[in-house]
Every structure is written in C-alpha cells, then in structure tokens.
Design a protein around this ligand. Structure first.
Ligand SMILES: NC(=O)c1ccc[n+]([C@@H]2O[C@H](COP(=O)([O-])OP(=O)(O)OC[C@H]3O[C@@H](n4cnc5c(N)ncnc54)[C@H](OP(=O)(O)O)[C@@H]3O)[C@@H](O)[C@H]2O)c1
Length: 258
C-alpha cells in the first residue's frame, strides 16, 4: 500500500458523520484513511469505493472502548500505511437517560462510548505524535454538552466532560506541535428516517463545515450559529429560568398501577 500520504485514523467510519468525513478527507486532501468501527462489512464497502476512486483506505474492525483492540488497530495501520498524522475520534452517541430506570451503569456506558473511547484513541496515537513533534487530534463533542438537557443526563454530562478534556489537552499539546480541534455540532441528520430536529443540518452540509474547520485546524468549531447562540444564552440563565424553559422535555412520568 501507498505509504507516502498523510494518514487519518477515523473512528466510527462505518456510518453517519465518520463515513462522510472519511470520503471528504480522501477526495479533498488525498490522505490515506484508516476506517475504524465494528461493522466490518460497511467499512469494507467504503474502503472498496475509495480504492476504486484511486484513494488509499484500510478497513479495521475494532471496538474503540477496548484499549487493546485500539492499540492493535494502530499497529496494523502504522505498519501498512505509515504513522498516523491525524486522529478523528468521532465515535460517540448515547441512549436517552430514563430517570425512572436510572442506573450508574447506563451513565458509565455513555461515558465509556463518548469520553473513554476518545481517551483510549488519544493514548494510542499521542506518543508517536509527541515523538515526531507534529500531529492533529480531532474530537467530536456536541452542543448538548453546553448545559444539562432533560432526557440526556448521560450524554450531556459525557459531552461536557469530553469538551473540558479536549480544551485542557489543546493548551498543553500546542507548544509540543500537536494541534487539537474540538467539533461541537448541533443536530445533524445522520440517520435518514429520524424526525427533523431544531436547526438540523443535512449530513453532507454538516460534514462540509466540519471538514473546513479540520483543514484550517480550528481549535474549536461550534455550529450552526442560531443553536450555538441559544445554547450559549441558556448557559447564562439562572437555573430557575432554565428549568422553566425546558420543563416537560424529559421522559414523561409513568402512571403506576395501584
Ligand atoms: N447526529 C447528530 O445529531 C450529532 C450531533 C452532535 C454530535 N454528534 C456526535 O457525532 C458523532 C457521530 O455521530 P453520528 O450521528 O454520525 O452517529 P452514527 O451514525 O450512529 O455513527 C456512530 C459510529 O460510531 C461507530 N461506533 C459506535 N460504537 C462503537 C464502538 N464501540 N467501537 C467502534 N465504533 C463504534 C458506529 O459503527 P459500528 O456500529 O459499526 O461500530 C458508527 O460508525 C458522535 O460522537 C455523536 O455524539 C452527533
């Protein structure tokens, strides 16, 4: 395989935002891409499409919440494509938090998927980047991390934690030659059948914006602006006002049989 190109290691590349970003990175930048996710059939399909268009792609089945699997994947990527120059830690998401079935295990699961998976990928790629004195780490936050949202105790908390982790790392890594980009999207239509949400962007429009931010190595990119503005104002509101504004948006109380 071609080892002369910069290498992007993209997690969650089998669908949605990760898959679309992978295509853009190959088409617009000519990077070789390591496509990471669990559904190998979808990764193979994308890798074939990229190879047929003249690009370089390596599909690797890997659960990014497992540090050993991530280290193994990185070893395969570096021996096949060369050193990873950019990590796109895109894996994340979360089930709704149901207060009536609240469990610490649910919160742990959401944190593992959003925060720990990112930390595990950074742990794997960072030593090489620090040794080379160059690299780019892109993490996928969310506007949901700006303030706690009803029905999303796990997800809001996890994305807030991820945001602060990346902000801390960004300041410390920059003087060492490693740049950090934190992406903070509002709603993105990554699943076609989903009901439309406020200020939701179509997948390709959203990933075009994210890719531009990645290309210029923006430290932080939150979008779209109307939702950023609303989320930023909400952050400043006293709890009494904020709670009234969002009242009734979480899970509905269940009627219990007497
Ligand atoms: N869509 C939105 O409205 C929105 C808004 C703000 C932020 N975000 C963030 O953007 C990111 C991508 O979201 P999306 O909407 O594109 O979601 P998606 O379509 O569900 O894609 C998630 C990707 O992550 C992979 N994945 C999940 N668990 C994994 C694991 N344990 N190991 C390896 N890969 C795993 C999935 O592939 P496999 O199932 O094949 O493993 C899939 O490729 C997430 O971090 C999400 O929080 C999304």
């Amino acid at each position: 395989m071609n080892r002369d190109r910069p290498v992007s290691f993209i997690t969650g590349a089998s669908s949605g935002i990760g898959r679309s970003l992978a295509r853009r990175i190959v088409q617009d930048e000519g990077h070789a891409v390591a496509l990471i996710a669990r559904r190998k059939d979808l990764l193979d399909e994308l890798a074939l499409e990229i190879e047929q268009a003249g690009g370089t792609a390596l599909a690797i089945e890997c659960d990014v919440t497992d540090a050993t699997s991530v280290r193994d994947a990185l070893r395969t990527v570096e021996s096949t494509l060369g050193p990873v120059t950019r990590l796109i830690a895109n894996v994340g998401g979360g089930e709704r938090t149901d207060v009536e079935q609240f469990s610490a295990m649910h919160i742990e699961r959401v944190f593992t998927l959003n925060v720990m998976s990112t930390a595990i990928c950074i742990e794997a790629v960072l030593p090489g980047m620090l040794m080379r004195g160059s690299g780019h780490i892109v993490a996928m936050g969310s506007l949901a991390g700006y303030r706690g949202l009803p029905g999303a105790a796990g997800y809001s908390a996890a994305k807030a934690a991820l945001t602060n982790m990346m902000e801390s790392l960004r300041m410390e890594l920059r003087p060492r030659g490693v740049q950090v980009t934190l992406l903070l999207p509002g709603f993105v239509r990554s699943k076609p059948k989903r009901k439309k949400r406020p200020f939701e962007l179509e997948l390709e429009a959203a990933t075009a914006r994210m890719h531009r931010a990645i290309l210029v190595r923006k430290p932080r990119y939150a979008f779209p602006w109307p939702l950023v503005w609303i989320a930023s104002v909400c952050r400043l509101l006293p709890a009494s006002v904020y709670d009234v504004l969002l009242a009734g948006r979480g899970s509905k109380p269940r009627v219990r049989a007497e």
